[in-house]
Design a protein around this ligand. Structure first.
Ligand code: ATP
Ligand code: MG
Ligand code: MG
Ligand code: MG
Length: 442
């Protein structure tokens, strides 16, 4: 890896001094206020820790630690989507206006659609979502058989939307990552079954990430269709308003309810409690809305062409990353879902010139040993080699970046047997462990 160098021994190690994490020097809040933008905790923490850097309104540099975290998140999403039979593909971002005119969304999308012309003057847009594209793809296959359904196709790509108010860092960008999956089924019943399976996979995904997520009834907006749910992370910076029943399982986005609703429309008695949420996922049952327009058919057992039943399912990948930081972090430091932390462990050797300086070599040995004994941690352990800085200062940085485990190699490491101070940042616990104890913990 480019951030590693060879030091005293011949082993390459990840050194904090070499990681590209340019923290914003100025106060992020003040910068944004001057630009008339709103800021929030995740944006401030991510800029201060050198995770993202603003470029244009709603467009950010994703710096190396963010890319590591995103790649991990993508792997978890891939596992869940492929676990239910999803097949990953990658569709063009440059989409011809013809398709969007056919579905009648070219005008409907209004200013949110980023439009451009090619050299011949033909109209295009940068894909905000891909119902049109995927449906023409599937329609193109003349021989699609009922035996091949359900067909679940998904991609994880950049999407483009000219948001009226891009804000809150990665939470609402004009260019962002989305996972969008599209399902094709033989009948409405089968499509509803697929819809339910995808919702279950979403719930499992958020559970694995350790995020409390609520599934609420949702409006179908510009996408269309009749059945729809959003997956919302309850938090005050969220821009959606949710109503949750105190009595029963009813939960809905306020957009779906008429203003006259007071008591719960499901159990009729429970009071509805309002909460704000960040929409991290959205599922739609589409029926034949797109498949009939683009003639996406399959051949049934009698060899007759039948129009497929569709569903579509979005996840805001970059939004999930920022939303997780928003709901888990303290004001001073990022806390990650363990599965997607950019690095799992940070090891701190003593300050140069301190009376326990000789423990420095133990820190290097520890890094090498952890990587050898625990293959899972290879490439996941960084050594904070900025030994001109005090332990306290480096601990503060480590706390801000939120490595799940920070190991201080100091005086206690020189004792026999050596002891290491381990700070578990997700729980806030500090433990003093032998090397074996440490291996067990990790
Ligand atoms: P919002 O209500 O926040 O504008 P949306 O309802 O327009 O989102 P969908 O069309 O349902 O979004 O897209 C699927 C998912 O993509 C959303 O659930 C969200 O997680 C994510 N997403 C949508 N817009 C953005 C954006 N501007 N920046 C980051 N993620 C987004
Ligand atoms: Mg929107
Ligand atoms: Mg929405
Ligand atoms: Mg939505």
């Amino acid at each position: 890896s480019s951030a590693s160098t060879r030091s005293t021994s011949s082993k390459p190690r990840l050194l904090v001094s070499r990681l590209y994490q340019p923290a914003s020097l100025r106060d992020v809040g003040q910068d944004s206020r001057l630009a008339g933008e709103m800021t929030c905790k995740s944006q401030r923490l991510m800029q201060q820790a050198g995770l993202i850097h603003p470029f244009n309104p709603g467009c950010y540099f994703y710096l190396p630690a963010t890319v590591r975290s995103m790649e991990k998140l993508v792997r978890v999403i891939d596992q869940e989507m492929q676990g239910i039979g999803g097949q990953k593909l990658d569709m063009p971002s440059l989409c011809s206006a013809d398709l969007w005119r056919t579905s009648e969304r070219w005008d409907l999308m209004g200013k949110e659609l980023l439009r451009l012309k090619d050299r011949h003057g033909a109209d295009y847009c940068l894909g905000p979502t891909h119902e049109e594209a995927v449906t023409t793809l599937v329609a193109h296959q003349a021989t699609l058989s009922y035996r091949q359904l359900p067909l679940l196709l998904y991609q994880i790509t950049r999407k483009f939307r000219d948001e009226p108010k891009p804000k809150f860092g990665l939470l609402r960008g004009r260019e962002f990552y989305m996972k969008d999956m599209y399902s094709f089924d033989v009948s409405e019943e089968a499509a509803r079954q697929t819809y339910e399976t995808v919702c279950q996979a979403y719930i499992q995904l958020f559970t694995r990430l350790g995020l409390r997520c609520v599934q609420v009834q949702a409006d179908t907006g510009n996408i269309g269709g009749t059945l729809s749910h959003e997956f919302q992370l309850p938090t005050d910076v969220g821009e959606d308003r949710l109503l949750l029943c105190e009595n029963c399982s009813f939960s809905a986005n306020v957009e779906t309810l008429s203003s006259s609703t007071t008591n719960c429309p499901q159990c009729k008695t429970g009071a509805l409690v309002e909460s704000k949420g960040i929409e991290v996922g959205h599922t739609f049952y589409l029926g034949k809305k797109y498949s009939s327009v683009f003639k996406a058919t399959f051949s049934n057992p009698q060899n007759k062409p039948v129009v497929t039943e569709m569903g579509c399912y979005g996840l805001g990948v970059s939004r999930i990353l920022a939303a997780a930081i928003e709901v888990l972090s303290t004001d001073e430091g990022i806390r990650w879902p363990g599965l997607i932390a950019p690095y799992q462990v940070c090891v701190l050797p003593p300050k140069k010139g301190s009376k326990v300086e000789e423990a420095a070599v133990l820190a290097e040995e520890l890094v090498d040993c952890l990587g050898e004994v625990l293959p899972r941690l290879r490439g996941e352990i960084v050594l904070d080699d900025r030994t001109q800085m005090t332990i306290g200062k480096r601990l503060k940085d480590a706390s801000r970046l939120g490595y799940p485990y920070v190991i201080v190699v100091g005086e206690a490491a020189l004792q026999k047997p050596p002891t290491f101070e381990v700070i578990c940042q997700q729980t806030g616990e500090t433990l003093f462990l032998s090397k074996d104890g440490l291996l067990d913990l990790l």
